[in-house]
Ligand binder design. Structure first.
Ligand code: PLP
Length: 430
């Protein structure tokens, strides 16, 4: 496969854009280096690069593109809004309509606010939780990603009872000392953290179904216990549903799992591909937010008509009959085919799948936390990734990411993907 034009643009990008990319995960550092593919066009399940190569896309832009690229309903909504003006700086009816749809789909959202990214949504839930509780510390779980504000770029200390350390240059030690990070799916560690910091903890922040060290589901009773223990300590529970909301069903992971947080952060899918974030939760907590309460949050672009229109169109598509069943069925086919291909090649492999999202881990271990995901074979993943790319299958360039199916994928795409995987696993085995 010729990718010379991508090479050219990557070189050019490096001369004007730091690292040649606008988000580090787009560089191929996680797969041992190489030139990121410069894409030109998306249509349905396909991406087309600047050299004219076509790929079946499982990145889905890290999650938002659940309808497939350039879905006609979303495209039409954006075009119509563009011709009517895309930014007014005033309230619009679209915001009301979208807020009504979100609060209906995710009942724990008694009130919502729109922002511009998942990062902003999570950041604000933390501020509001601090305003509500009058406390400062946050407990989060190792390997979960919550955007790039200082407070969530904090790594675990040496154990559940220790405060965090900065996970990025530029994050102060004082900020890191406000955060405790414990292993996911480990209630004993969470309890230990609470026993040290419970009465100072404003909120516990968690991806209810993890998407950021691969798809990892909570073990039975884990989220229920987190709720119970956090509330007993007087802390709020925030679900980061930036990936999970509308991914597995029409609603949140919280609706799928029947657990209820105090606040929720949203993003990705709800924007239909345009920039968006939203947060919401219990009425008495949300009333902390300005102009009603003392916690400030604002935004020039917040609730902008273009994102609202795209988001409304996306939810309209997702309400169609059978959407989530189809994602689940194709996900199951893909999982079976990948298993078979790995087995035939003699490559140890574990798949975590929930409906239309899955992660292929190069290990025969069961993956239930970040430690386990870290131990999987990154070199094998890198070989697999590059072989798949060369065969026209576009995956996220990291062993920790998920493959996302879209409603534009068909059985023919899955079959083609499995054929490519048979070859890629054989290359891994060599
Ligand atoms: N929370 C989760 C769970 C995410 O996966 C991400 C992004 O990948 C974010 C928050 C940050 O969202 P954004 O990239 O829109 O700022």
């Amino acid at each position: 496969m010729n990718r010379q034009t991508s090479d050219f643009y990557y070189e050019e990008a490096q001369s004007v854009i730091v690292g040649g990319v606008n988000s580090p995960s787009r560089a191929y550092k996680g797969v041992g280096g190489g030139t990121p593919v410069f894409m030109e066009k998306g249509a349905g399940a396909y991406l087309y690069d600047v050299d004219g190569n076509r790929y079946i896309d499982y990145l889905a832009a890290y999650g938002p593109i659940i309808t497939g690229h350039a879905h006609p309903t979303i495209t039409k909504a954006i075009q119509q809004q563009a011709s009517n003006g895309i930014l007014f700086g005033t309230p619009t009816r679209l915001e009301n309509e979208f807020a009504k749809q979100l609060t209906t789909a995710i009942p724990s959202l008694e009130k919502v606010r729109f922002v511009n990214s998942g990062t902003e949504a999570v950041m604000t839930t933390i501020r509001v939780a601090r305003a509500y509780t009058g406390r400062e510390k946050i407990i989060k779980f190792a390997g979960c990603y919550h955007g790039h504000t200082d407070l969530v770029l904090v790594a675990a200390g040496s154990g559940p009872s220790t405060l965090g350390t900065p996970d990025s240059a530029g994050v102060t030690k004082a900020t890191a000392a406000e955060v405790i990070t414990v292993p996911f799916n480990n209630i004993a560690a969470f309890e230990e953290a609470l026993s040290h910091w419970g009465n100072e903890t404003a909120a516990v922040l968690v991806e209810p179904i993890v998407g950021n060290f691969g798809i990892v589901e909570p073990e039975p009773q884990f989220l229920e216990k987190v709720n119970e223990l956090a509330h007993a300590a007087g802390a709020l529970v925030i679900y980061d549903e930036v990936i999970t909301a509308f991914r597995f069903m029409y609603g949140g992971a919280q609706d799928l799992l029947q657990v209820k947080p105090d606040m929720t952060a949203l993003g990705k899918i709800i924007g239909g591909g345009l920039p968006i974030g939203a947060y919401g939760g219990r009425m008495d907590i949300m009333e902390q937010v300005a102009p009603l309460g003392p916690a400030y949050q604002a935004g020039t672009m917040a609730g902008n008509p273009a994102s609202m229109s795209a988001g409304l169109a996306c939810l309209q598509v997702l309400r169609e009959n059978g959407v989530y069943e189809q994602l689940d069925q194709l996900g199951a086919l893909l999982e079976q085919g990948l298993h078979q291909a790995a087995k035939e090649a003699g490559v140890p492999m574990t798949i975590n799948r929930l409906k239309g999202a899955l992660t292929v881990f190069f290990t025969d271990e069961k993956i239930r936390d970040y430690e386990g995901a870290s131990r999987t074979n990154g070199d094998q993943f890198s070989v697999f990734f590059k072989e798949m790319l060369t065969r026209g299958i576009h995956l996220a360039p990291s062993k920790y990411e998920a493959w996302f199916l879209t409603i534009a994928h068909t059985k023919a795409h899955i079959d083609k993907t499995i054929t490519a995987a048979q070859h890629a696993f054989r290359c891994v085995a060599e």
